[in-house]
Design a protein around this ligand. Sequence first.
Ligand code: 2RA
Length: 324
Amino acid sequence: MGYVVAVVGATGMVGRKMLEVLEEREFPVGEIKLLASARSAGERIGFRGEERVVEELVPESFHGVDLALFSAGGGVSKRFAPEAARRGAVVVDNSSAWRMAPEIPLVVPEVNPEAVGGADIIANPNCSTTQCVLPLKVVDELFGLKRVVYSTYQAVSGSGRGGIQELEEGERYYPHPVRGNCLPHIDEFLEDGSTKEERKMVDETRKILNQPELPVTATCVRVPVLNSHGVSINIETREEVDLEKLRGALEEFSGIVVEDDPKSNIYPLAREASERDEVFVGRLRRDLSVENGLNMWVVADNLRKGAATNTVQIAELLIEGGRL
Ligand code: 2RA
């Protein structure tokens, strides 16, 4: 017994991670279908100890599929997610294709599980946004958010294999060397001088927290770190922050681990967050430059909580809610 699950983009880094997470969390998979472009069809990938052959993605691939997890880029999702939904599958999409469509829920299960509703396509947010909205939700519930300033330190694994190869082997992928450098350039530049990654952080934060007018700004930077994104979040709140109350609430919140003992050199680190599913929060302190200011440092594995784990958690919500 179990669901027929399709993983679209199964040969990619996030697709493979999805398979790992499905196994680890013992998601009730009855049958798995591994789908990818014609170029990758025929490759073999292990799932639950057995080798499976990757099939070419075509609309008919979704016959009989209950759940389709997509991570093959926006173009593929735009074209094939409606094909999957039309054939009765519920889609959880990790691309940016549907995130800002008003009728499509954008979900982080610990933050806005109620948003899932009865949608056929549910979007998984961008990795850098996902890890931030957990602690932001806690701050908002306690003190009210007034303004959010993000500065990111994003790992090369967020760019896929190309980024990893550049950092590990020196094979050029980015417009400038990433080794020994910080590149203030993630995704394409927009007309207003910001990047698409920065725009995603602004728009997606507002949508997930259901605060369309919340002032949010971001500077996104690629750093020579293999895996796990770090984000410095500067926050202005409506009410005065009680740091002890905040620390307690963060510790209680599902999916967050507080690591905050700077005198003992304890704070979230990319290497320690890698291969973990939680969001690590530390360096909690007041920002005295404004009336109600707060700073924090937030680290998470961008391939797990930022992508695969959050996608599978959404699928688990679908089961809990009787959608699957
Ligand atoms: C990055 N946020 O780190 C992207 C991946 N979705 O480049």
